[in-house]
Design a protein. Structure first.
Length: 341
């Protein structure tokens, strides 16, 4: 247990270090935070907090900085509740006021907004194709021997690929293939689509040859076991603005990690349907490249179902109350907008 005075000292050190990126000394606390005690008393409390593992003392400074344990205690026990500011609210409102017709576009805009408002790197997992309900397929001729296959789900997900088409296939046959596929597949959730449906379609449409084969192969590939993560990043270069990552090796490690989609999906917990905001700090992430980072994530919904996660990756020295408030606000907006798709 930490007594009230130590709580106040620790909170002051965390918030001052977040603001300045400079180790915090007892005189700074006494001068700026009006705790009603002398610098000597504050120094003793800081020494005790260091012995307890909540503070660390960099070799080159007489001041202290929070440890992972200190940050953890702060976010669990000391972090004040914060609402988004009127300016932040207006920026979020204006972003989502625009007409956005596809989920992919919505999520890309959200990643950009989240990064801009927090000044950190944003990452968002999109709804997964397998768990969506089939809505429509379109076949768009691109010339004599090619076409664009477009698959659309109820969540606004759009998947497409260019396929080769026998030259003898007519525009009418393009339309017939699309109509039959839509009639048979519409309303099916992709990860529970019976194989018998695909087999029946194959028999029914066999006369359309390779055009059908490629369409069905595209669907079957997306029904293979294993999740296909759809991740959207915003502001990856924000790391360059943080004093912690002036060390080129540290920066290289973080940027290398951000290029690994499966690793990013794992650490933000794409496959965990946990509720609300989750904060991972430093060594809790269990990746050497992210030892100096924190990750804050929140879930967003379509109706009552959790369909994705959004979050930020930044230094442990981040403004947690602000980040949590912005995440909650944006997640709420996105969940509401998802009802339109």
């Amino acid at each position: 247990m930490i007594d009230d005075r130590k709580n106040k000292v620790l909170q002051a050190i965390v918030e001052d270090y977040v603001a300045t990126a400079e180790p915090v000394g007892s005189r700074t606390i006494a001068r700026k935070y009006n705790l009603g005690v002398s610098p000597a008393t504050i120094r003793n409390e800081m020494s005790d907090l260091e012995d307890m593992g909540y503070l660390e003392q960099p070799h080159t400074s007489a001041g202290r900085v929070p440890s992972d344990l200190g940050y953890r205690y702060y976010v669990d026990c000391l972090m004040p509740a914060r609402s988004i500011s009127p300016a932040e609210h207006e920026r979020i409102r204006q972003t989502f006021q625009r007409k956005i017709r596809e989920v992919d576009t919505l999520i890309r805009e959200t990643a950009r907004l989240l990064s801009d408002t927090t000044q950190l790197t944003a990452v968002i997992s999109g709804p997964q194709f397998e768990k969506a309900v089939f809505k429509e397929i379109r076949l768009v001729p691109l010339g004599r021997d090619r076409a664009l296959l477009i698959y659309i789900t109820d969540r606004g997900l759009v998947e497409n690929q260019v396929v080769e088409v026998p030259v003898e296939v007519t525009m009418l046959e393009f339309q017939q293939v699309a109509e039959i596929l839509n009639e048979q597949l519409r309303g099916h959730r992709m990860d529970t689509l019976p194989r018998t449906v695909l087999q029946a379609l194959q028999r029914e449409l066999s006369r359309y040859g390779s055009l059908l084969e490629q369409a069905l192969y595209f669907l079957e590939q997306r029904l293979e076991p294993g999740e296909r993560h759809r991740l959207y990043l915003g502001g990856t270069t924000r790391m360059l603005d943080q004093p912690e990552f002036r060390d080129v090796e540290k920066l290289r490690g973080v940027l290398s990690f951000l290029e690994q989609e499966d690793a990013v999906a794992t650490v933000i917990g794409v496959d965990k349907e946990t509720e609300g905001v989750e904060i991972q700090i430093g060594e809790e992430i269990r990746l050497r490249e992210l030892a100096d980072c924190s990750i804050v994530t929140a879930t967003y919904r379509l109706g009552d179902e959790i369909i994705g996660k959004m979050g930020v990756i930044g230094p442990r020295r981040m403004e947690y109350p602000k980040v949590v408030a912005i995440l909650n606000a944006i997640a709420s907006y996105v969940s509401e907008l998802n009802r339109r798709f």
